[in-house]
Write a protein that binds this ligand. Sequence first.
Ligand SMILES: Nc1nc2c(c(=O)[nH]1)N[C@@H](CN(C=O)c1ccc(C(=O)N[C@@H](CCC(=O)O)C(=O)O)cc1)CN2
Ligand SMILES: [Mg+2]
Length: 283
Amino acid sequence: MGDIIDGKRVASDINAQTKIEVETLKKRGIVPTLVVVIVGEDNASKIYVRNKHRKAVQLGINSVVRQLPAETTQDELLAVIAEYNQDPTVHALMVQSPLPAQIDEPAITRAISPVKDVDGFHPINVGKLLTNAQLNFPVSCTPKGIMSMLRAYNVPLEGAHAVIVGRSNIVGRPMAALLLNANATVTIVHHHSGDLSQYTKTADILVVATGIAHLIKRGDVKPGATVIDVGMDRDENGKLTGDVDFDGVKDVAGLITPVPGGVGPMTIATLLQQTVELAKWSD
Ligand SMILES: Nc1nc2c(c(=O)[nH]1)N[C@@H](CN(C=O)c1ccc(C(=O)N[C@@H](CCC(=O)O)C(=O)O)cc1)CN2
Ligand SMILES: [Mg+2]
């Protein structure tokens, strides 16, 4: 037991496919274009945005990073979004999270055109996901990337019990909808659920997205389960670690994602995959 899911390898396979699709689109005169808006100087966000830009350029995507000052007002940010919503050369638009306190983040999410919403956060796209609409629409990149990873490792989904720890709009809720749409039996647990272990121990697939370092320990996991760690936390030495105690859990899990090198690379690969899909769908 204890096979490690290699997110970098699956991401690299997806990126290779994206590169081919970019070339095909370019032959038809379409240059897939992604705009990432970043407000302020959050260090981690700057690194993620730089990584997205570098990878996008490698794949032939036209990538634009729009850096705005930390003092940007709500109206100024809305004006920048309106500019890209109206620009027919832009296929994919996102605003990096977190945003400074003066910005009303849900209002920004609603302002992005649903057909350019590469994050899949707009309520129209969330509604399509929740109703399992058989249409083309974008989905939040981290959970969509997790689904690609589960499929790449042939993890059975139909009838599996999936337990999701955390109910965020970016990960927990869309993850639940995707697994439900794949015919899994889904349980979501969160701060108010009481003893988490009674639920997590019943999971065939356990997805943990809480931001609490090493919340999930060996005794919380059913032997043979697939464990997906979305956490990006810092340990007492400042080292990047996950929400799962990897060393304790790896021998009891059937499959487990590491941090780093698991879910993170899938988020970026899925963002670029989805940029190309939006460019195709807009045609
Ligand atoms: N508008 C959005 N904001 C944020 C999202 C998002 O999907 N949309 N997700 C995260 C940040 N994020 C992408 O934006 C992201 C974070 C981390 C990684 C990643 O590759 N992590 C590496 C480790 C990197 C490190 O060493 O720090 C890994 O896990 O291997 C990719 C994307 C929040 N904001
Ligand atoms: Mg929560």
